[in-house]
Design a protein around this ligand. Structure first.
Ligand code: FAD
Length: 398
């Protein structure tokens, strides 16, 4: 059951951003590692449920923070925002890492010899201080502080010695911001798979310090030996997308991967109809489902008066009914914001084939932000980070 900390609307997202922006420099940098507890004031922004579904965008977040601070002063926060972009770009070039995770999860789920240990870990019954509290907090609120996510993943892998893919799946089933790229690659990073050989070890002293003494668990693993895996394929080129042509009449399709069409398409009145689809089968858990459903209704109400035709809400990426909508609108083209690697991207790939067999083209439009930043996401974060100031300038942010 999700608490009301994340009202699922764009106005709520903008209001959270406005409240946070002035704290995006020193206050964030010095306090971001502290997790004072679920109901306590925090230095972090708690914007992830919104930016995950692009109810607000990375561009807007950075632009707003830069109205209060210089790029240098807000450096740490902006870098964190760019971690999301980087992970997405990295996975976009290595979709096999996502499918490998899914296969590993299924394998581990079937093979798990100690189901009791997994169930205890998920239900906060391990007896490990902090860890059990974070399990419950995650299930109840749909959110965990970044540091708690790191401690949790580290204890799951190195103290409890449970399969990392089942831990990543547990997060995906409960996080409101559940995200294929940020979640999978962060778990891989903790496990020593992402940066080969480099692991993250949670310690009693670090947990006590950054939870303000709330937790000081005993019995944690004293070393974190990196997990191993078969070699990762070299990166593929970014999939190409056709440039958006506003002169071609079309129907607009919005998925829960990107719910702010107003900032991609300069004029929504060129669309002859629009459909917002949140398919519950493409989301892992109820926390994310409830949030995305309500956010979809918010999107419909925002754009209804701007589109030159009917705007509706659906719960399936269904080719037949979309083709019917296109036919009723007298168009042969459906346009949708690009979906990065994950279930919605897979759903769109199938949809494109189905629509093509009905004579309708599905065009995905990639945001300028992704198109520019992803070019530098093929390698590690540090070379990517060096590009941040110049790419922000290219995006009109200085
Ligand atoms: C094991 C593990 C699993 C994670 N799973 C997810 C997930 O499923 N979905 C998800 O959105 N994030 C995930 N993260 C990243 C991060 O923990 C959250 O994005 C962050 O805690 C969100 O809280 P916030 O908005 O208050 O962050 P802030 O500290 O205020 O950061 C601002 C924004 O920067 C981005 N950001 C910050 N830290 C990270 C990071 N480490 N990686 C990527 N982006 C970041 C987010 O968009 C965030 O909203 C995971 C991290 C770990 C260690």
């Amino acid at each position: 059951m999700v608490d009301q900390s994340f009202p699922p609307s764009r106005n709520a997202a903008l209001s959270s951003l406005a409240q946070f922006a002035a704290r995006g420099a020193h206050t964030y940098a010095s306090g971001r590692n502290t997790d004072a507890g679920p109901d306590q004031p925090s230095a972090v922004s708690r914007l992830s449920p919104y930016v995950r579904r692009r109810i607000i965008t990375e561009h807007e977040i950075v632009a707003t923070v830069l109205t209060h601070h210089s790029l240098q002063a807000a450096d740490k926060f902006i870098q964190e925002v760019l971690w999301r972009t980087y992970w997405k770009g990295w996975l976009e070039m290595r979709p096999a890492i996502w499918t490998r995770f899914l296969a590993d999860r299924d394998l581990q789920r079937d093979a798990a010899s100690d189901r009791r240990a997994i169930s205890d870990a998920e239900n906060g019954l391990t007896g490990i201080e902090g860890f059990d509290d974070w399990s419950r907090e995650l299930i109840q609120t749909g959110y965990l502080h970044n540091h708690a996510r790191m401690w949790f993943a580290s204890i799951w892998i190195f103290t409890l010695r449970l399969p990392w893919a089942l831990g990543a799946d547990f997060f995906l089933r409960h996080l409101i911001d559940a995200d294929p790229a940020s979640n999978t690659l962060s778990w891989r990073w903790v496990a020593g798979l992402q940066t080969a050989g480099k692991t993250y070890l949670a310690t009693k002293a670090n947990i006590a310090r950054y939870t303000n003494g709330r937790f000081a668990p005993d019995g944690l693993a004293r070393e974190a030996i990196a997990l191993r895996e078969p070699p990762v394929e070299p990166p593929r080129a970014l999939p190409t997308v056709a440039p958006y042509d506003a002169r071609q009449p079309a129907v607009l399709l919005i998925t829960d991967e990107d719910m702010h069409p107003e900032s991609i398409f300069p004029d929504l009145s060129v669309f002859k109809a629009a459909r917002v689809v949140v398919d519950p089968n493409l989301l892992w858990g109820d926390n994310a489902r409830h949030f995305a459903h309500a956010a979809a209704a918010d999107t419909v109400s925002r754009i209804a008066s701007q589109v030159d035709g009917p705007v509706d809400l659906a719960d399936r990426l269904d080719a037949k009914s979309l083709a019917d909508a296109a036919e009723a609108a007298g168009v042969k083209r459906i346009v949708t914001p690009y979906a990065p690697v994950g279930p919605v991207a897979d759903g769109l790939a199938h949809l494109a084939l189905d629509l093509a067999s009905r004579g309708i083209i599905l065009d995905q439009v990639r945001r300028e932000w992704d198109a520019r930043f992803w070019l530098y996401a093929a390698k590690g974060f540090f070379p990517f980070k060096d590009r941040i100031p110049s790419v922000l300038r290219e995006c009109g942010l200085t």
